[in-house]
Design a binder for this molecule. Sequence first.
Ligand code: AMP
Length: 488
Amino acid sequence: MTSSFSNLSLAEPLARAVAEMGYETMTPIQEQAIPVVLQGKDVMGAAQTGTGKTAAFALPLLQRMMKHENASTSPARHPVRALVLLPTRELAVQVAEQVKLYAKYTNLNSAVVFGGMDMKPQTLELKKGVEVLVATPGRLLDHIEAKNTVLNQVEYVVLDEADRMLDIGFLPDLQRILSYLPKQRITLLFSATFSPEIKRLAASFLQDPVTIEVARSNATATTVEQHFYSVSADDKRRALHQILKARGMKQAFVFVNSKLGCARLARSLEREGLKTTALHGDKSQDERLKALEAFKSGEVDLLVCTDVAARGLDIKDVPAVFNFDVPFNAEDYVHRIGRTGRAGASGLAVSFVASSDQRLVADIEKLIKTRIELEPLEFEEDMPRISEQGRINDGRRMYREGEEGRAPESRQPPPRERTERRERREYTPHRQPAASRDPFFDRPYEPGSAPAESLPSWEASAKANPAHNGVSANIKPKKKIAALFKSS
Ligand code: AMP
């Protein structure tokens, strides 16, 4: 098997771009997928983000499209030939950036379209003619309906992060988009897991796909040091401060389960002196890109984020990931900690486990098939206790009273665009919490073994967890001002 890019006989402009990026050896997913895609076969690939899967599909697709390459400025000579669909705008931007880099020495054009932004600049790009179109489903449908793009010459479709697209509820949009495309095409599907829903999707839209699974989709990188600390909800911020200090860490991702919690925590940490920004689905597109840039440039140290906003973000060398909240969905644990310890670097993943989180931890144990030991966290004496309201144990206020509790959501309503609405759903529960410690650990992980999974997630979640007042059934009603009266 070939493992060097030089053995692939890529067209010179592509080989040059790859060399310029400093890649010599293919990653396992590239090694397996590139030859298969070059042969024109459909692929069903399971690979964690950070494995190099973008190049695994982008390079062979660009290579196959080289025969259409031309220097004409006529849009008609640059029809959309490859369509890459992704669940979130951040992922779309990231993949589009990579495609642009791989195609930079070719005359193949690429563009990205996603919701939450004015359609006009995107329309202008589309009208110029693009061979590779990277898109989120909702916004792509908007452009199709506005006749800004025609997809009748699409030869290649990539459904990236397909499991997440289904979780977000994009199935109807995907079905519509795929109905506009020629039947004769190559379809590649990438997903973190091959759940029953994903298998159904593949059965509907892929033809005799070659299955490629480079590493267990639910495995966590061995280079990540994982800790689960038993910490009460009230002590989580103090624990975060202490671990950052003890480890001398500068940058970290801090994951929370809700948009409201995300905004609140970011504000609290900022007040406590940590350079922090929030990334969640209700942030405007501009704010989200700025938050990301600020983190990438080192202007900001902590990025407090929700799962939808952070999934698959290609930010390398994040030394630590904190699960301030244990994720409701065990698979999100794997995705979250995939931000650290990437490409062989060592990383740290710390989860704060409150007593009510035990069953969620049991779910993670099952998924990663690793026994999790809950560790106690000893607080240092100079680490003051910080209450929910920012009061430290000597009575000093850390910030003005009344600042907490108002979510930015109420001040800044999000854009009401349809894609934005779809992408605002932060979490779709689809797995019932499982009982802890049982012989299940001795069996290989089988997606679909949980009872709710006999139904597609979007149906099962609605049945199992009917929302009340628009709030997930998994979210407990908030305790009233208890923290204000808490003793140190
Ligand atoms: P992805 O999984 O596509 O998000 O890629 C993760 C990161 O790995 C990206 O920053 C890529 O630029 C980088 N990458 C992709 N292929 C290789 C390779 N063969 N060698 C080293 N880095 C790579």
